[in-house]
Design a binder for this molecule. Sequence first.
Ligand SMILES: [Zn+2]
Length: 193
Amino acid sequence: MRICVDAGHGGSDPGTVNPWTGAREKDITIRYALDLAAELERGGARIIMTRQHDIFVPLSRRCNIANTGVKHNAGRSDLFLSIHVNGVENPAAKGWEIWTSPGPTNSDILATLIYNEVDAEYHDLHMRPDWSDGDPDKEGKLRVLMGTWMPAVLIELGFIRNSGDLANMLDPEWQWRMVQAIARGVWRYAERR
Ligand SMILES: [Zn+2]
């Protein structure tokens, strides 16, 4: 199985930034993406990353890498996993979300399996599901989800302005557990194919 792991933002695009600590989304996403890629590779997946360094990669290019494997001459990926951090003004906003494109697709199944593993891993993590269509993922026309031709999810690890979320995201043990939980969800999905 080929899996495209997408670290949000990078280079000239820092993503969302905590105005008090200076923590930047792009630095968090690359750490999680590299760890997740390594974990999935250990489990036998072939990994394609949209970036491995602090560089700017346009959204269209990210989709292209997943759809054609252009960078690695690897062909289309079977799954697309995008890692992001939420940013809103209100520092009280907190929690974990997973997004898919609108409508029922295999992405919803993948998202639900990942959601369930993350939810089970932590007792104290605030999950932000949207149960309105019967599953926990949120749905939206996000560019990398609309432009990729395989089951695709986008994970928002937490809110950068929330001190609790930020401390979690910067905690190596929390990161390790998160990466393991996401990977377990991916394996659950792979098993059912
Ligand atoms: Zn982002």
